[in-house]
Unconditional design. Sequence first.
Length: 113
Amino acid sequence: MVEINVDNKVLTPSGIRKDELLSVDGFYLSAELFPAKDMFPFEHRFLYEGLEFVDEIDIFGMFPCGDDMIINKLNDKRFIRVFVYNKKTSNEAMEWKHKLKCKYELLDSNDFG
């Protein structure tokens, strides 16, 4: 078992388009709305804003399907290295080749390090 800090994670249902979820606001208290004991209001933030400041990026542990907004942002980069688990036998490598339009290199996850 591994403990994960979810304070900086944004989880959304698969039916919601990520390009329409440009920012995330915390809940504000009102007469009828109170946070549960394990939920705290948080500051407004933009998804993927850190990607604007890099022109090269290494990707490890990310599946290429499901969030086209992040793929579009990655395609603006100068160069990307993607580490794929079992690259030779995985369909994931083919998905990355289909999705990426920028200059990239696909590596096996065993080459990470």
